[in-house]
Write a protein that binds this ligand. Structure first.
Ligand code: BEZ
Ligand code: FE
Length: 334
């Protein structure tokens, strides 16, 4: 039996060790100072054929080396960072993305999202998508509920989807999801049998939509992995302020990925994933009126909270123009 047959996961060695075939292009100066190493690494990236990738790699090297230099990083610290990143990777499974969570808590996800979805006029702002969206959802009609009974305090969400000129957008598809009042999304329950606290509906001819939901509550992002440990080392909490997620899509309009944050939550200004934007903070009205509750399908004697939303979408054309304008101000190689 050959060695390879003993271990199927180990590829057979070629008869001779060979290079990847790319010839040496440069004779780099042999460093007698640390900064020559940085210059050399940047020069090595110079041969990247794709101009955008070349620009990205050279900046990555510049800032990564700058970080090591400025912090005067010790060998032990660098090893600890490598071991940490290794554990982040090892924590990922088909159902858990610890790498994205790391990007989230460092604010990189929020920054990438903001750069790619610039604020423009009255348009509703984007924010982080998070890991709890599912395509299997409840298809509901306007006025229906997204949450089964007992999942939380009653909330009614009503509003309109509009253009930047205030013209209603009919037939827009709204996907919405939230945690239950215990701070868990339905997907976090191992015995989940059906979607809950999530739904998909369409706007009416006048751009309006309305549905029953529950008052969002703050909840922790996963804290049982390396990212959770990182937050503890930084003495940071792992809470997200209460919010209701929404994705809104309509033909000809730029897809909106957003969330609305009821004001007054104590975590609103220290969101663990830096996703809150001022324009997305909304007031909840307390409605203690039997007839109003009945009209909206809540059981007799109920009071409820009302979330009113005006969602303003950019056309694809508007989005392209604003995004290009934003990119221009950066002067980055595209
Ligand atoms: C969320 O809101 O669902 C979320 C966003 C980013 C990281 C974790 C959770
Ligand atoms: Fe969320």
């Amino acid at each position: 039996m050959t060695e390879q047959a003993c271990n199927d996961s180990t590829p057979a060695l070629p008869s001779k060790a060979v290079s990847n075939g790319i010839p040496p292009r440069l004779d780099l100066p042999l460093p007698d100072r640390a900064d020559i190493i940085t210059d050399n690494a940047i020069k090595l990236a110079e041969g990247t054929p794709n101009p955008r990738l070349r620009f990205i790699f050279q900046n990555l090297i510049k800032y990564l080396h700058g970080f090591v230099n400025e912090t005067d990083l010790t060998t032990d610290e660098w090893m600890a960072a490598i071991q940490f990143l290794t554990r982040v990777g090892q924590t990922c499974t088909p159902l858990r993305q610890e790498m994205i969570l790391l990007s989230d808590v460092l604010g990189v996800s929020a920054l990438v999202d903001s750069l790619n979805n610039p604020v423009e006029g009255m348009a509703t702002e984007n924010t982080v998508f998070g890991p709890f969206y599912t395509d299997d959802t409840l298809h509901i009609a306007n006025g229906d509920t997204i949450a089964s009974e007992g999942k939380g305090e009653y909330m009614y969400v009503e509003g309109r989807v509009l253009t930047t000129e205030g013209v209603p957008i009919p037939d827009a598809i709204i996907d919405t999801w939230e945690s239950d009042s215990d701070g868990f999304y339905d997907t976090q329950y191992s015995n989940r049998s059906h979607p809950d606290c999530r739904g998909r509906l369409r706007t009416s001819d006048d751009g309006s939509f309305n549905f029953r939901a529950i008052v969002p509550v703050p909840y922790p992002i996963p804290g049982d992995g390396p990212v959770g440990e990182l937050l503890l080392v930084m003495n940071r909490h792992n809470m997200r302020p209460s919010h209701l997620h929404m994705v809104v899509e309509a033909p000809g309009y730029h897809k909106l990925v957003t969330a609305f944050y009821p004001e007054g939550c104590k975590f609103i200004q220290s969101d663990s994933v830096l996703g809150v934007k001022e324009s997305l903070v909304v007031k909840l009205e307390h409605i203690d009126d039997e007839r109003e509750a009945h009209k909206r399908g809540f059981p007799a004697g109920s009071s409820f909270k009302l979330m009113r939303l005006n969602i303003v979408m950019l056309t694809n054309e508007q989005f392209k123009i604003y995004r290009a304008k934003n990119a221009e101000t950066k002067g980055a190689t595209r």
